[in-house]
Design a binder for this molecule. Structure first.
Ligand SMILES: *[C@@H]1O[C@H](CO)[C@@H](O)[C@H](O)[C@H]1NC(C)=O
Ligand SMILES: *[C@@H]1O[C@H](CO)[C@@H](O)[C@H](O)[C@H]1NC(C)=O
Ligand SMILES: *[C@@H]1O[C@H](CO)[C@@H](O)[C@H](O)[C@H]1NC(C)=O
Ligand SMILES: *[C@@H]1O[C@H](CO)[C@@H](O)[C@H](O)[C@H]1NC(C)=O
Ligand SMILES: *[C@@H]1O[C@H](CO)[C@@H](O)[C@H](O)[C@H]1NC(C)=O
Ligand SMILES: *[C@@H]1O[C@H](CO)[C@@H](O)[C@H](O)[C@H]1NC(C)=O
Ligand SMILES: *[C@@H]1O[C@H](CO)[C@@H](O)[C@H](O)[C@H]1NC(C)=O
Ligand SMILES: *[C@@H]1O[C@H](CO)[C@@H](O)[C@H](O)[C@H]1NC(C)=O
Ligand SMILES: *[C@@H]1O[C@H](CO)[C@@H](O)[C@H](O)[C@H]1NC(C)=O
Ligand SMILES: *[C@@H]1O[C@H](CO)[C@@H](O)[C@H](O)[C@H]1NC(C)=O
Length: 881
């Protein structure tokens, strides 16, 4: 028993002794290192003599796994360290990795680190290292990884690098290197990664001896001023998986055997050069591939070499060059291919039906070439395709009915081709955002099924031979662009398409009719008149109120005017739900031009009235349409006044006469969120914006579900969100339908804000107001908070269209974020954007209830929880409305 207990104890004593004796000097070396650099954020606080932790547990340190413990790796990236990197660090005998990337070291390359005998990896990427790369760099003979990228190195690349024959990774990218790249590659036979990209001052041909890098897997030379022809020797890079030569000034042809030699290639990018000639027909001619695909199984190993060569290729980018001749047809059916970009060349050739075998294909851009082909049925069978852009070619024949059957298809651009026949019904394209078929010879009707595509936002059918009416169903869409100019369409243009879009997009269709067009529709008259009459009545009433002049416009108005003059001096009935010491007379007297706050809202003006007690209240003046009896009115306002929630403005009381209702609300100093956002200096911190969003969501959730009777707001917009001194938001102008009556509410809203982007798309058609409509409007407010933009800027696109355009088309959710929000909040903001996109789903049933919105927003709040947003889900969500 005694021995089994003491033996391990003895061992551990010995090892403790060993640690102390053999490595105390390493701790000192580290402390000396710490002492000679600047650690402004005190990131190395664990590095301390007094610390009880062993130095192997200090920040960034890795030690040998066996005793004696000794430092092997120092990983101090992204700690804002600065000062001078001391050579004393080389006294650590076993130091093999030194990573000081993403710090603020501001000095020439620390050549003295070549004294570190065991050093294999030196990463100084993304610092402020300056000066030239001296020939003495050759002293780093033992280095395997040298990363000096993203610094300010200048001058020529020295010959000395050529003797670093152990190098596996050499990264000099994103510096200011200049001149010509010397022949240095003969001895770098171990090199697997070479990055000289983004040195725009280089003026160099690609050195021929680069072909000797037989182990090279990744070659990055993009954006670096390389000119001249591609050396034939590139065919020697047999291990290459990634080749990026884009954005240079390369000319001439691609070596004949290049593709056939680079059998492991995954990504091939020579875009944005001046390469020309036909593309080599080595592997990707595809004739063999087609034969094979039809008769045998490509993947079962019995594949001839000439075909297997390309099978790993995922990305092929040759756009913006001068290539001509047939496009390598085999590329279309490669099993792994995801991206094909060849736009702006002069390629000819066909799109083969075997494209159906490209089961991973996501994106095709071949615009502005000379392809001459039918669009094959096979294209519709590729389930991963989300973009097919082939404008400005010679594509002909009919659009196959399945052309957008891919469940993720978002962008189709076939404009300026020679397509004919009808546009097929397109019910399956649930994610189609943009469809451009302009400049073809399509005929027949515009299929009304287009109106059922939930996210279709850009529709360009101009310059075709389309006939028949514009389908009413298109009004369902939230179109940011709708162009049907220069066709042979006829009949009445649906109202929202006339009022929401530029007239020029309807031009060149002499038989179209409607208000604002050259032809008014012949059956227009009756409907039109009654509509005008409503407007006229409303207008007259408002004029009567505003100007106060007596206009003989029918007994109805005269009667009200008469009543008004009388009531102003006395016949007011008031109810206060709060001890307000004020008479109606005080109120009426306090309401003049001076006290009017902001412009008149949809339902009337708000006045800030100072009560005799000195208290300020906000008074909203509504037209009393007289549909409710005094008793009902009182009951309804009482319902609103009983609401007590921190995010709903308190109704303090009301007075009414026969033609006006004054609603008295608590006054909030900061004004409305809408006013705030419209200011050019709008600059709220993200956490404040999130707090506002959560508050508004809670207020709405309360109205919808917790308060009895359940209420709908029906006019959520940033102008109706007031802010108190702490930026706590409060909803105002809620449930006015209950006060003015449903009919008056609807007609007022319809005349004033039918086209407001706060209104859900179903608003125009649905008689019944729903919670989902409030959720939609809330989503628009949330978009305003995320983007910092007003929902309805007078000049440009409304916010919903603007955001959808950005998020869907460029996949750039990040771009819509208000640049004034600090980057550190980006994850949260993207989370909020995702919620806003859900709320503004075109289909009401897809919108979450407010309670769920509250929870999602709260989970974003970094103070409670750190939310992890998966960027890749963005398209998914935004498109799955
Ligand atoms: C750490 O402590 C030892 C002994 O206590 C001392 O000799 C040494 O100088 C100290 N090192 C530093 C960097 O303070
Ligand atoms: C690092 O320092 C820079 C400049 O001194 C500063 O702007 C930045 O916020 C610092 N980064 C961190 C993470 O502290
Ligand atoms: C650490 O360095 C010492 C001295 O150079 C050497 O004897 C020892 O083998 C090295 N240990 C390891 C694990 O590399
Ligand atoms: C150097 O460090 C940076 C920053 O962590 C990293 O992105 C880069 O991949 C590293 N370089 C090498 C060659 O590992
Ligand atoms: C390759 O190494 C040999 C011997 O070390 C040397 O003479 C020659 O100059 C090196 N070649 C290059 C291109 O650096
Ligand atoms: C490309 O080469 C042409 C002709 O040699 C030259 O005029 C042009 O400036 C170069 N462009 C760049 C970006 O280097
Ligand atoms: C493809 O098949 C056809 C007919 O079976 C044959 O004539 C042609 O030579 C084949 N092409 C290749 C590259 O095998
Ligand atoms: C490979 O494909 C051929 C032709 O279809 C077939 O005869 C053979 O059985 C397949 N081999 C394997 C291992 O699947
Ligand atoms: C089409 O490509 C040619 C070069 O091949 C280019 O000059 C032209 O500007 C391109 N047209 C468009 C509309 O991009
Ligand atoms: C479709 O292609 C045409 C011609 O290349 C281009 O002008 C237009 O902007 C494209 N449309 C979309 C939505 O990308």
């Amino acid at each position: 028993m005694a021995t089994t207990c003491t033996f391990p104890l003895f061992l551990s004593l010995i090892s403790t002794f060993l640690i102390l004796s053999s490595s105390s000097s390493e701790a000192d070396i580290l402390l000396t290192f710490k002492a000679s650099i600047k650690d402004s954020k005190n990131s190395l606080s664990s590095w301390s003599n007094s610390s009880l932790t062993h130095f192997c547990e200090w920040t960034g340190i890795t030690c040998t796994t066996t005793t004696p413990l000794s430092v092997t790796s120092l990983n101090l990236q992204s700690l804002n360290l600065s000062g001078e990197i001391p050579s004393s660090i080389c006294e650590l005998p076993n130091l093999s990795q030194l990573n000081l990337a993403e710090n603020l070291f501001n000095q020439p390359i620390p050549l003295h680190l070549s004294q570190c005998t065991s050093l294999e990896t030196l990463n100084l990427s993304n610092n402020l290292i300056w000066g030239t790369v001296l020939n003495q760099i050759s002293q780093f003979g033992s280095l395997k990884v040298l990363d000096l990228s993203k610094n300010h190195l200048e001058g020529n690349i020295p010959q000395g690098i050529g003797s670093l024959s152990n190098l596996q990774v050499l990264n000099l990218g994103s510096n200011l290197l200049s001149g010509s790249v010397p022949s240095i590659f003969g001895n770098l036979t171990e090199l697997a990664v070479l990055d000289l990209s983004q040195n725009s001052n280089l003026v160099s041909e690609i050195p021929t001896d680069i072909g000797k890098l037989v182990k090279l897997e990744k070659l990055f030379l993009q954006g670096s001023g390389f000119h001249g022809e591609l050396p034939e020797s590139l065919v020697g890079l047999q291990s290459l998986t990634v080749l990026d030569l884009s954005q240079n000034n390369l000319t001439g042809r691609v070596p004949q055997t290049l593709c056939s030699s680079l059998q492991n290639l995954v990504s091939f990018d020579v875009s944005e050069n001046r390469l020309s000639g036909p593309f080599p027909n080595g592997i990707c001619t595809g004739k063999g591939l087609i034969n094979l695909s039809l008769h045998t199984n490509v993947f079962n190993g019995s594949v001839p070499n000439s075909i297997s060569e390309c099978l790993k290729l995922e990305r092929f980018e040759v756009q913006n060059n001068l290539f001509s001749g047939d496009f390598p047809v085999g590329l279309w059916s490669l099993p792994k291919i995801k991206l094909l970009r060849a736009e702006n060349n002069r390629f000819s050739g066909e799109i083969p039906d075997s494209v159906s075998m490209a089961a991973q294909l996501e994106q095709v851009q071949i615009d502005n070439n000379s392809f001459s082909s039918k669009i094959p049925q096979g294209l519709g069978l590729v389930k991963s395709l989300y973009r097919f852009s082939a404008s400005l070619n010679g594509l002909y024949g009919e659009l196959p009915p399945n052309f957008c059957d891919s469940p993720v298809m978002s962008i189709v651009n076939l404009s300026r081709n020679s397509l004919s026949g009808r546009i097929p019904e397109v019910k399956k394209c649930r994610k189609l955002v943009s469809l451009s078929l302009a400049g073809n010879s399509l005929n027949g009707n515009i299929p009304s099924s287009l109106g059922e595509l939930p996210v279709l936002t850009y529709l360009d059918l101009s310059d075709n031979k389309l006939t028949g009416p514009i389908p009413q169903a298109l009004q369902n869409l939230k179109l940011a662009l709708f162009n049907v100019s220069s066709n042979q369409l006829s009949g009445r243009v649906p109202y929202s398409l006339i009022s929401g879009l530029p007239a020029s997009f309807l031009q060149g269709n002499p038989d179209l009719c409607g208000p604002g067009l050259i032809n008014p529709c012949s059956d227009d008259q009756p409907k039109h008149r009654s509509f005008d009459l409503t407007i006229l009545t409303c207008a007259l009433i408002s004029i009567a109120f505003a100007v106060g002049t007596f206009i003989v416009a029918g007994g109805f108005i005269a009667y009200h005017r008469y009543r008004k003059q009388r009531t102003q001096v006395g016949i007011w009935r008031s109810v206060f739900f709060y001890p307000l010491r004020v008479t109606e007379h005080d109120l009426v007297m306090g309401m003049d031009e001076k006290s009017a706050a902001g412009s008149a809202g949809v339902f009337g003006r708000v006045y800030i009235v100072s009560l005799p007690s000195g208290e300020l209240v906000a008074v909203k003046k509504l037209v009393n349409f007289g549909v409710q009896s005094s008793k009902t009115l009182k009951a309804e306002i009482k319902t609103l006044a009983k609401i007590r929630h921190k995010n709903v403005v308190k109704v303090l009381g009301f007075c009414h006469s026969d033609d006006s209702i004054f609603l008295i609300y608590e006054f909030l100093q900061k004004g409305s969120l809408g006013d705030l956002i419209s200011r050019p200096d709008f600059n709220l911190q993200w956490n404040v914006r999130l707090k506002i969003a959560i508050g508004v969501a809670q207020g709405l959730g309360y109205l919808h579900k917790d308060y009895v009777p359940h209420l709908l707001h029906r006019n959520v917009k940033s102008k109706n969100i007031l802010l108190d001194a702490d930026f706590q938001p409060k909803l105002t102008d809620f449930a006015l339908d209950r006060i003015v009556g449903e009919a008056a509410f609807q007609s007022t809203m319809a005349s004033e804000s039918a086209l407001s982007c706060y209104n859900a798309p179903e608003y125009k058609y649905s008689k019944k107001a729903t919670e989902q409509m409030d959720v939609y409007s809330f989503g628009v407010v949330l978009l305003e908070l995320v983007t910092g933009r007003q929902a309805e800027p007078s000049e440009s696109l409304d916010i919903v269209k603007w955001v959808r355009r950005k998020v869907n088309i460029t996949k750039g959710a990040v771009q819509v974020i208000d640049p004034k929000i600090t980057n550190s909040s980006q994850q949260e903001v993207l989370g909020a954007l995702e919620i806003a996109l859900h709320c503004t789903s075109v289909m009401p049933e897809k919108r979450p209830p407010m309670s769920e919105v509250v929870r999602s927003l709260q989970s974003l709040d970094s103070r409670t929880d750190s939310a992890v947003i998966d960027f890749s889900t963005f398209e998914e969500h935004s498109a799955s409305v």
